[in-house]
Design a protein around this ligand. Sequence first.
Ligand code: NAP
Length: 429
Amino acid sequence: MKKFKLGIIGLGTVGSGVVECLQKNGSLFTSRYGFDYEIAKVAVRNLNSKRLVEVDQSLMTTDPQEVVDHAEVDIVLELMGGEEPARTLVLQALNNGKVVVTANKALIAEYGPEIFAAAEENNTRIFFEASVAGGIPIIKALHEGLSSNGIDSIHGILNGTCNFILSCMENGESFADALAEAQRLGYAEADPTLDVGGGDAGHKAAILASLAYGQWFTKETVSVKGIDKLELTDVEFARDAGYRIKLIANILKTVDNKVSIDVQPTLVPQQSMIGSVMDAYNGIKIHGNTVGDTFFYGQGAGKDATSSAVVTDIIDASQAIASETISNYPGFKPFDGADGAADLSSVVSRFYLRVVVEDSPKVLSSITGILGDHNVSIASITQKESHEKAVPVVILTHEVLTKELEEAIKAISELPVVKSQPHTFRLED
Ligand code: NAP
């Protein structure tokens, strides 16, 4: 029986889950695949921290270099997170001929081409299923299950923390209270900026677009808007109109063979599949040009979901090493899937627009006049009765060129009767 030696950098949430899964399912893996796993070295920051799993103290170190340079380690698990020193350690492990498994989306999104090139040069591979959508095997779906398709679009919820916050807001909680609850339950980091600012979903969208279209999309090609400017009143207006607000990553092949990639709060119908994805779950719809629509749903983060993806990568890596086919494993190989990133201002969509205005005559006509001047056609307009001096007006548009809506908003925000920067979110039927 082949025994694989694992070197682990990071024994936090994901690292502990991986060790737990290997302990729980070790005999299953042996009987199913004929492999056995042994942990050869584990690097952490603090040797005295309390751990969720038991690991032989003699295997622990605070020096991750000992893991990447360990002569007997076959597979290095990079589960520490962040960009540096993770990038340097992963490159060193690949240069040492190790196979690497990572859950680190920031690392792959920012340094993918450099890391894949290092793997190629050293006839090895990096596996990164856990970097997008936790336990949902979405990277495998793009590499394997949907390989017969050209990908028309990928559309979905890629950040469970934001979806949890939005679900709480549906129940009447403010953004601040919902975020505090997400932090209490361990969904959101102490510094939640990457989650609520949309950066985390942006990294994941860039990775999925790169895999789907065979060229590396940098973060500069992804337009990102988070949920941090969202107010309870937006959620309530959306609900009254039959929608829910979700943070949606939208990757779309345009008619001129380019790819538009954005992440933004989006109104989706309450009854739609994506509108039914609640709490910390992820949901992703991929439209292939042969299969049509497919939908993937599951836990997008957390110890168990993420370690499920990491351990699946370990098994795939083991099979490829054992059959001496590791250099055939897809990783990332460029192909001619599209002609680069689209100019997002040319995307056509419906929009939700909320403007807080002075409650006085002719205000509505000045706003609708500007929208008309920019070819923005209005589907509905709502102003609730209020005893305040400033009132929110909500407009749902028909389909409009993003560029024209942006120009209209700039003009509207300069009106003296407009009391704060207008909010716009995409709207999907
Ligand atoms: P975490 O709980 O903060 O654990 C990080 C681990 O890395 C800790 O054990 C820490 O050691 C260790 N570490 C950090 N810097 C180190 C250094 N310089 N040298 C040695 N060890 C170091 O993080 P996590 O939630 O498990 O996330 C790990 C990775 O998985 C990240 O890339 C994250 O984006 C990704 N991911 C996480 C989730 C999730 O739900 N948590 C989901 C998907 C992907 P100490 O314990 O001693 O501090």
